[in-house]
Design a protein around this ligand. Structure first.
Ligand SMILES: Cc1cc2nc3c(=O)[nH]c(=O)nc-3n(C[C@H](O)[C@H](O)[C@H](O)COP(=O)(O)O)c2cc1C
Length: 178
């Protein structure tokens, strides 16, 4: 049984990346894993705060913030075996809601190293349009030392039959995790 943390970013509900996240979660549950999910884009007033930095010369130092990310999400991430990053494609990149949580990793960079990861992304455009976010995610996975257990980059996201096939791939990735 693996401890899995799913972080989604989309504020669109029900949206297309949600279908990928739901399918992954279903597969991972069937395989008996322990799952914690945080939907950063659906927090309303409790939305994750931006990283704040101390006014000091030299390297950036984060200011500890006592919101849900600090109190709940980060502790789950530290204990996790697998981190799942789920984003919609916004202006060829990660959506801001998910990025807000990723930036909060900063105070815990070291403790968060050496896990495994899965990336699920949906975007309206082509595979070529998904190229920059793919590169960004791959750099992030490498930097965090989070080898990939499988990724889904769902292009043409408003094509429901195509999206269902991508969701099935997400389900299979989840189901393989033990
Ligand atoms: C703010 C915003 C920016 C977007 N930027 C892009 C983009 O750069 N390229 C693209 O192909 N689609 C873009 N889209 C379309 C979304 O990627 C597409 O609707 C996707 O399915 C949304 O996923 P979601 O429903 O999980 O939020 C954008 C949509 C929004 C709302």
């Amino acid at each position: 049984m693996a401890k899995i943390v799913i972080l989604t970013g989309s504020p669109h509900n029900p949206g297309t990346s949600k279908q990928l996240a739901d399918a992954f979660e279903k597969g991972a549950k069937v395989a008996g894993n322990d799952i914690y999910r945080f939907d950063a884009g659906l927090q309303g007033n409790g939305e994750p705060h931006f990283l704040q930095l101390k006014k000091e010369p030299g390297m950036e130092v984060g200011i500890t913030d006592h919101d849900l990310v600090e109190e709940e999400v980060i502790p789950h991430l530290i204990k996790a075996d697998v981190v799942v990053l789920v984003s919609s494609l916004y202006y060829f990149g990660i959506n801001a809601q998910l990025k807000t949580v990723i930036d909060r990793f900063y105070n815990y960079n070291h403790e968060l190293k050496d896990k495994h990861s899965v990336v699920l992304v949906s975007g309206y455009g082509t595979q070529d349009d998904l190229g920059a976010i793919k590169l960004h995610m791959q750099k992030l996975q490498k930097y965090m030392r989070w080898p990939s257990l499988g990724d889904v980059y769902a292009d043409d996201s408003w094509n429901q039959s195509k999206l269902s096939r991508f969701a099935q791939q997400a389900y299979e990735i989840g189901k393989k995790i033990k």
